[in-house]
Structures are given as structure tokens and as C-alpha cells.
Design a protein around this ligand. Structure first.
Ligand SMILES: [Zn+2]
Length: 417
């Protein structure tokens, strides 16, 4: 077992400490490696991070290390306590491989956290024969370090997005940085209220907030209010992705309502299984779906008329000049208002009301990576699906920062891949 010590000295060596010996644990399923202070080296106070005179020694603790060849690996160490004059107290020493709070070593936490970005937390725990809580702790450790050590500014453009994370109107507010060269999640907030979004601006401070040039959002009133209040100088853009999503929602409502009515009145159920035919863009349909869509479009139905209005609207995004986009938008809204399809009329009223913010999309088009909020939103949803089963706010918050925050990672003595 001498070789194990040699390897550890090579990749996980810390000044002031030595690996004494390695042996199998009592169950023969783990390897235990005893760590001792190097003779003559002083313990470091965990409060002021300076060497201090020794006081006593606590009982031996086990720090879980990265498993090896199917064996769990533990470092065994008896923490010393110091009588720190600077802090005026007896304090537990600081050890470089771990901290006071966690049973796992820092190297193992970083190792688990990296895997937890690729697998779900549950899978990570299963693969490495550890508990879900230890994976949670590992991610929390790495994310906390990352948030403390990240550089926030400068921020040129942000996108704010709401995302539902549980039944019953449980929403999160996500704020992304969407600069051309940096896209990352900046902030996760509980709820989607004025207060929660304001918190983001408290975190970044007035200095950074005043330099934001573009803000992308949907039409959610609390967001609009906070943006007016905190980013009055920025160009505020209603995002294409959010408008399309809203349009699809309206179309879906029309279809569901009409389908119910037809069933009630005993009519031929032509709308059955039509949901994706109508919601997907035509070019994304399979040959068979395309055939069924053509068939469906022959009927004089509200759903069909709403579908055609939605499809016609797509042309808006082909414009480059705000002026022509504006003319198109006005004409589209006029048509819709004559349509007698209430959910679509509601959209048209809302689009009219936010006309200028929509046209800002065309004013800023060349300066923003468009579609970026949509991409981030999809990634956030995938992250939430992976974390299925533990939808507490804290776990989701950590998972989202971990996968989308592009946070710096704690330094490591070695790349334990
Ligand atoms: Zn101290």
C-alpha cells in the first residue's frame, strides 16, 4: 500500500501534513488513509487563517475522498484546536483538503459536482455509491465558491425570463446575461414579482445596472415595471421567443375549446390529435403530419383561422426596418380584431399596447444574439427535468447556477477526471 501514499503525495499534497499509512477499513470495502501534521508545523486558525499555538486535539474524523477501483476512500485525521490570540478564542484548525461543515474532501466535492452537471444528481449518487444529500452538498459547495469568486460586470445586455417549476403557479425569475461574447445565468429569484426582480438589481448594484444597454423580456407586467424603474436608459426589447410562445398558447386555447365544443355537440372529431400539427412550424412536421395538416386546413374552423393568423404573423420577423415591421404589425392586428376569435384578439390588443417594445427588437437586431433567451430557457428546462423529484427552491437554484452560471471552480491540487 506504499504506492497509494506515493500517488497521493504526488496529486494531493499539502504543506504541513503527511500521509502516514493506508489500510483497508474494517469492512474491507473501503481504504483508510491516516493523515498527520508534519512535525513542527503549526496549525492554522480557521477564523483568521493565521498560524496559532496548539490547544488540544479532537477525536479522529473521516473525510471522504474520491473512490478508487470500487473502494470508498477516507482520509482519517484528528483536528487540532488552536488557542488563537488574534481571535481571542479556542478555534478548530483549518485543513486545506476539507472544511468544518462537510464530510467530503474538497477534491471529492469538486469531482461529484462535475459529474452532477452531466448526470442527474440521483444518478451521480448511484454511480458513486453515495447519497443524494452528499451530491447536493458538493454542488452547493462548488456553486457557493463560484458565486463568491465570479466577476459580475460589465454587463451590456440582460434577458429576464419566468419559468414554472411546480404546479400551482410556482415560478422562478431567471436573469441572463446575453452579451454577444458572454451568455450565462446571472441570477435566480423566487416568484416573478416586482420585489423578486428588484432583488437582482440590488445584487448587481446601481453602477452596473446603469450601464446595461439592452433588456429583453416578455410582456409580464411586474418585469416591465422594474425595467422602467431600474434600466430607464436601456433599450427594452420584447423578445421574439416570448411573443411566439404567447401566440402558441392562444392558439392552443382556441383549439382546446373548439375541440371540446365539437365533442359536446357530437360532431366529427377532426381536431383530435391536431395539437402539434397546429403548434409546430410546418417545416418541422413529418410527411404524414403535413398531409394531415393540409386535410385539416380544409375545414372552416376557428382553430384553422387562428392557425393561419399565427402563421401569417411569422412574416414579421423577416423585416429588418422597424418602420415596415410596424406597418405589418398594425395590419395584422387590424385583421385579428375582425376575427371574432377572442384569445387571438387578446394577443393583438397586447401587441398594440407594447408596439414600441416589439419594434425595439428590430432596432436592436444586429446588436444582440437573437434566440439566445430561448436557448437558455430550454437549457433551464432540461436542468429542471434532471432535478425531477426534489423541487425545492434551493435545490433548483443550485442546479441552475451550476449548469448555466458559467461559474469559476475552486482550485484543485490535481485534475481528478
Ligand atoms: Zn484566529
Amino acid at each position: 500500500m506504499l504506492q497509494l501514499i506515493t500517488i497521493l503525495n504526488h496529486c494531493h499534497h499539502f504543506r504541513g501534513f503527511v500521509y502516514a499509512h493506508a489500510r483497508f477499513g474494517p469492512d474491507n470495502k473501503s481504504i483508510e488513509i491516516a493523515v498527520r501534521p508534519r512535525r513542527g508545523s503549526a496549525a492554522v486558525c480557521s477564523r483568521c487563517h493565521r498560524p496559532a499555538p496548539g490547544y488540544d486535539q479532537l477525536a479522529e474524523r473521516r473525510f471522504e475522498f474520491i473512490p478508487l477501483w470500487g473502494f470508498l476512500v477516507f482520509l482519517l485525521y484528528s483536528m487540532r484546536r488552536v488557542d488563537c490570540r488574534r481571535c481571542g478564542a479556542v478555534v478548530v484548525e483549518e485543513v486545506p483538503w476539507g472544511d468544518g461543515k462537510h464530510q467530503s474532501t474538497k477534491a471529492y466535492m469538486l469531482f461529484l459536482a462535475r459529474w452532477a452537471r452531466r448526470l442527474s444528481w440521483k444518478e451521480t449518487a448511484e454511480v458513486f455509491r453515495t447519497s443524494w444529500e452528499k451530491v447536493f452538498d458538493a454542488v452547493e459547495h462548488v456553486v457557493t465558491w463560484g458565486l463568491e469568486h465570479r466577476t459580475l460586470g460589465p454587463i451590456d445586455a440582460i434577458g429576464v425570463d419566468e419559468i414554472q417549476y411546480a404546479r400551482g403557479h410556482k415560478y422562478l425569475t431567471l436573469v441572463y446575461q446575453i452579451d454577444l461574447d458572454v451568455t450565462r445565468l446571472l441570477w435566480v429569484g423566487k416568484e416573478r414579482t416586482v420585489e423578486s426582480f428588484r432583488e437582482f438589481f440590488t445584487v448587481i448594484g446601481d453602477e452596473l445596472a446603469s450601464k446595461i444597454a439592452f433588456v429583453c423580456s416578455d410582456m409580464w407586467q411586474p418585469y416591465l415595471k422594474v425595467i422602467r424603474e431600474k434600466c430607464s436608459e436601456a433599450l427594452h426589447i420584447l423578445d421574439r421567443f416570448h411573443i411566439v410562445a404567447k401566440m402558441n398558447k392562444a392558439l392552443d386555447d382556441v383549439r382546446a375549446e373548439e375541440s371540446r365544443r365539437m365533442r359536446r355537440e357530437g360532431q366529427e372529431p377532426v381536431l383530435k390529435k391536431s395539437r402539434w400539427l397546429l403548434l409546430k412550424r410546418e417545416q418541422n412536421l413529418t410527411g404524414d403530419q403535413r398531409f394531415r395538416l393540409r386535410d385539416l386546413l380544409r375545414y372552416n374552423l376557428k382553430s384553422v383561422r387562428a392557425y393561419l393568423l399565427k402563421e401569417a404573423f411569422q412574416q414579421l420577423w423577416d423585416y429588418t426596418a422597424p418602420v415596415w415591421a410596424g406597418k405589418f404589425l398594425d395590419e395584422w392586428c387590424r385583421q385579428v380584431m375582425r376575427s371574432r376569435i377572442e384569445p387571438m384578439k387578446k394577443i393583438a390588443r397586447s401587441l398594440r399596447q407594447h408596439r414600441e417594445l416589439i419594434l425595439n427588437y428590430f432596432r436592436a437586431q444586429k446588436l444582440l444574439s437573437s434566440g439566445i433567451v430561448e436557448g437558455l430557457n430550454n437549457k433551464a428546462k432540461v436542468t429542471m427535468r434532471k432535478s425531477y423529484g426534489f423541487r425545492t427552491f434551493r435545490a433548483l437554484e443550485l442546479a441552475l447556477y451550476h449548469s448555466l452560471g458559467k461559474l469559476p471552480e475552486p482550485e484543485s491540487t490535481h485534475d481528478f477526471f
